[in-house]
Design a protein around this ligand. Sequence first.
Ligand code: IMP
Ligand code: MG
Length: 185
Amino acid sequence: MQDYHEFLEGVLIDEEALQNRIRELGQEISRDYQDKDLLLICILRGGVMFLTDLMRSLTVPHTIDFMAVSSYGVGVRQSSGQVRITLDLNTSIEGRDVLLVEDIIDSGKTIAYVLDMLRTRRPRSLQVCALLDKAERREADVPIHYRGFTIPNKFVFGYGLDLDEYYRNLPFIGVVDPNRVVIPE
Ligand code: IMP
Ligand code: MG
């Protein structure tokens, strides 16, 4: 695997800025979900870093569950719009106050599909918390109730987001230099 320094165009959001913003989001969500029955649903795998840091900043009781969807093939950096649930939730969401925790909303097609699907299961409320919003690329109209950062239309990696499944561990959000990245076959 390539060392990420070879294609890192620059750091878009550093660790301190991420952590500060996540703490603010946690405070906001804690205020809004007092006396509710909060269930955080994380969409694997990109949302895991964000989920665990967000949880630590929440002061309200909550449970978590996971689901996985696939829409991007490895090496393809465009949402197909063809979303498939590859791992479903373990728990019922009926009557729960569900907050979907997503790493990034790009075209919005993935989250739009997931929201439609979850709505049929009759949660008491259903809202979206996204760390990153690539707003320029939006094709599906999706409500984002809690937004970490609006970012430009560039391919980013780190802090849960992958480049062909690697580099999710980095504590910052970096921008990929498309001229210097090696694209696998
Ligand atoms: P959407 O359906 O186009 O909104 O795609 C959302 C999904 O695409 C996210 O959950 C990410 O997994 C992936 N994605 C979109 N943009 C990026 C990016 O810049 N870096 C890494 N993954 C991305
Ligand atoms: Mg994702």
